[in-house]
Design a protein around this ligand. Structure first.
Ligand SMILES: NC(=O)c1ccc[n+]([C@@H]2O[C@H](COP(=O)([O-])OP(=O)(O)OC[C@H]3O[C@@H](n4cnc5c(N)ncnc54)[C@H](OP(=O)(O)O)[C@@H]3O)[C@@H](O)[C@H]2O)c1
Length: 251
């Protein structure tokens, strides 16, 4: 699909020290964005920003734990003071929460809450903190890293591609909720020309996916491309959807 794109400006990527977030940050920097590398660990976040800068990009580390109001507020203040606006927010930070404590019939509510705190409430926390700076952009874009495991129609199909994925009260429902939140932000912010979409990167070889025992030959860099495409949509791009590299993912 040929689309007009927006390829410069200021971008914040959460959880950008490794995995898909690290690759989204690097690819946006390659396209000419100034990238703010959000990470909860200062040493690993600064190292990722240094690597992107060493490759010719303009990258700045900011400490950002999406579960911590104070950390998010300080990161938003940094962006406002340093750049005065934000063009792209990529809500990438996420956790799986593991499998054993999240089997629905025996799930520990605290473990479920921890997954939602990062994967859902973290997105709301960060988005709302930086929204004043996004609203100063000529072409604001928000991309939420979701997954087709959050698709109720795909997950509920006993003959579907996730038939062998263990049932979970945590990760998959958190992505379903994230998809719903994405639609609601798109609905509210349509009047402000903010395009808000969810990205399904596909199953990629990262610590998150290795940790739950589903290795994949697909690289984090390959997974990052759909998020980068949604982050650089032109003015007529979609809003309120979830997209993989092959197109719209069903709800
Ligand atoms: N890999 C896949 O196959 C796949 C498929 C679909 C969707 N996704 C989504 O893609 C996103 C990135 O996942 P990934 O596979 O790249 O996983 P990953 O390699 O484990 O990276 C996750 C990133 O999120 C960060 N993070 C976790 N909790 C955080 C918090 N409270 N505050 C700030 N950062 C936090 C991690 O930081 P630390 O290094 O400090 O832990 C890390 O930078 C996630 O939202 C995931 O659900 C992944």
């Amino acid at each position: 699909m040929a689309e007009e794109t927006t390829k410069s400006g200021i971008a914040l990527v959460t959880g950008a020290n490794k995995g898909i977030g690290r690759e989204v940050a690097a690819q946006l920097a390659e396209q000419g964005f100034t990238v703010v590398v959000g990470a909860r660990d200062a040493a690993r976040g600064a190292a990722a920003a240094d690597e992107i800068s060493a490759a010719g990009g303009d990258a700045h580390f900011v400490r950002l734990d999406v579960t911590d109001d104070e950390s998010v507020r300080i990161a938003a203040d940094f962006i406002g003071e340093r750049f005065g606006r934000l063009d792209v927010l990529v809500n990438n930070a996420g956790i799986s929460g593991g499998i054993d404590t999240l089997v629905p019939s025996t799930a520990n509510p605290g473990a479920v809450r921890a997954v939602f705190d990062t994967n859902v409430f973290g997105v709301i926390r960060v988005t709302n903190a930086v929204l004043p700076w996004l609203l100063r952009s000529m072409a604001p874009r928000i991309v939420n890293l979701s997954s087709s495991v959050g698709s109720l129609s795909i997950m509920g199909d006993p003959a579907g591609p996730f038939a062998n994925v263990p049932a979970s009260a945590g990760y998959a429902p958190s992505k379903t909720a994230l998809n719903a939140i994405t639609v609601q932000y798109a609905k509210e912010l349509r009047k402000d020309n903010v395009l808000v979409n969810a990205a399904d990167p596909g199953r990629c070889d990262t610590d998150l996916i290795r940790g739950v025992g589903f290795p994949s030959p697909r690289t984090a860099a390959e997974g990052a491309t759909v998020a980068v495409r949604l982050a650089t949509l032109g003015p007529d791009g979609p809003t309120g959807g979830i997209f993989s590299e092959t197109g719209a993912v069903p709800w």
